[in-house]
Design a protein around this ligand. Structure first.
Ligand code: ZN
Ligand code: CU
Length: 481
């Protein structure tokens, strides 16, 4: 008789490859899956009757800003309560390393994300060491941010980098990749990086290929310039010779609604020509980032998520705040800075088209430290599984799971995670496919999802269906290559 630490019996096994689910048992011992299928001859210390429930690989959140949260709120309830077992950090150009000594103050908006430069790390080795010493509840990977690289070598950000600065950034990136960073991210939309020409990114990114690393981008423009930005992204991917990933793909503002037909068409043409391209998205028609006064007139609705200047205005609609203050939307926004906001700027048709693209990974882009966050921080994965897959039939449950597990694992080089198979790490989520649902709303964004029954990371229970267990088994992951 074979034994195991834990056997989940008669679950609907969704293996993460997109293949149809099948009923079976799954055994784990220590941190690995040790058996799968008909295990009636096996015995375990603990057995769970999983009839009527689905068992899937733990979800991999492909686009995160949990760099600091992993250390400051290491249980990361917003993520584990959704079934997440791995997060990919360092997105949109922002990472906590490299941060050499004696640099000037952090530029906005980086300073809003990292309140104190002493929270940054000299290099990725130091960051990863801290994460190993004080582990969080989830596994993590990290990209090296281009904006962070700029801050490491440049004294001002309103211009292109010089030859010498580019060389220095290449060296920093090379070291970061050697130490385990998964690639480079850019945030070309944001002021500290928006002055960087395409060539600067290509030249720094020249070291990615040797490490088989990724180029991941919050594009220069997701509104009127979205088509040109996709073309720029593809050019950077071609000229650096690495996969190019479009982060949180969207087409903002009414005049650009429907343009996902064009952007996805360009991506498909590149794929057909043999280029390696990917994308991620979150399942909401509202986005969230810093409050930019020049953006507020174009949005159907703006909710303030936090404000340094007027903290009491957090969680309120900007239109109400403006009315109270007797100011225009734009002037009211100026008063609140620095601040964060949720913007309703997208089209449901574009969102569905993007989510349905076969290469779209699910990434929350959640800002878990915001006092009144966008609900994607707590609801992304259950919303895709419940609302979009089950209720709206956008794709099958198996396909939905694939976009948050196997597809993402493959993209990030995680060969032993993201699928249910004997020998793989036991990152698992047990959920009820009939009841899984996001409950976090724009009004009440900090609510755990319904229908998640258990979450295991490296074989250890992190979420018991109601609360965090307190266990923190998360490991630092690197591209296995
Ligand atoms: Zn972004
Ligand atoms: Cu982001």
């Amino acid at each position: 008789m074979t034994t195991a630490d834990l056997i989940l019996r008669q679950a609907q096994l969704i293996d993460g490859t997109g293949a149809p689910l099948f009923i079976g048992d799954l055994a784990i011992s220590d941190d690995r899956i040790t058996g799968m299928g008909d295990l009636r001859d096996w015995r375990a210390d603990q057995e769970i009757d999983a009839r009527g429930l689905a068992l899937a690989p733990g979800f991999i959140d492909s686009h995160c800003h949990d760099d600091l949260a992993l250390l400051q709120t290491p249980l990361l309830e917003p993520k584990i309560s959704q079934g997440v077992t791995t997060v990919v950090n360092g997105n949109c150009g922002f990472s906590l390393a490299p941060h050499p000594a004696n640099r000037g103050p952090l530029p906005q908006p980086l300073a809003s994300l990292v309140p104190d430069p002493s929270l940054m790390f000299f290099d990725f080795a130091a960051y990863f060491r801290r994460l190993s010493e004080e582990p969080p509840s989830v596994n993590s990977m990290c990209l090296c941010g281009h904006t962070t690289l700029r801050h490491a070598v440049m004294d001002r950000f309103d211009r292109a980098a010089t030859r010498a600065e580019i060389k220095a950034m290449r060296n920093f990136l090379d070291t970061a990749l050697t130490q385990g960073a998964a690639g480079m991210s850019t945030g070309l939309y944001y002021p500290p990086a928006s002055a960087a020409p395409t060539e600067e990114v290509i030249e720094i990114g020249g070291v990615l290929q040797d490490h088989r690393a990724l180029y991941v981008t919050h594009m220069r423009n997701e509104a009127d310039g979205v088509v040109a930005s996709v073309e720029e992204t593809l050019r950077i991917g071609r000229e650096t010779g690495v996969p190019a990933i479009v982060s949180h793909h969207k087409c903002m503002n009414p005049q650009n609604h429907g343009k996902s037909v064009v952007t996805l068409g360009i991506i498909d043409a590149a794929l057909a020509a043999g280029q390696d391209v990917g994308l991620d998205a979150y399942p909401y028609i509202a986005g969230s980032t810093f409050l930019f006064p020049e953006r507020v007139d174009q949005a159907a609705r703006v909710i303030v998520t936090w404000s340094k200047a007027m903290p009491e205005m957090g969680a309120r609609d900007l239109s109400e705040i403006a009315a109270d203050l007797g100011l225009s939307l734009r002037d009211a926004a100026e008063r609140l800075l620095p601040a964060g906001a949720v913007y309703f700027q997208m089209d449901e048709g574009d969102l569905r088209r993007i989510l349905a693209h076969s290469l779209t990974m699910i990434g929350s882009d959640g800002l878990v430290a915001d006092p009144h966050p966008h609900p994607r921080a707590w609801g992304t994965f259950p919303r895709v599984l419940g609302h979009y897959a089950r209720d709206e039939g956008l794709f099958s449950l198996e396909e939905a799971v694939h976009r948050m597990t196997g597809l993402t694992a493959k993209r990030f080089g995680l060969s032993e995670r993201g699928t249910l198979q004997v020998g793989a790490f036991a990152d698992l989520v047990l959920f009820n496919p009939a009841t899984i649902q996001d409950t976090a709303s724009f009004e009440e964004p900090k609510r755990p999802a319904a229908g998640i029954h258990g979450v295991w990371c490296n074989g250890r229970l992190t979420w018991d269906g109601r609360a965090a267990t307190g266990d923190r088994p998360g490991r630092v992951l690197t591209r296995s290559s």
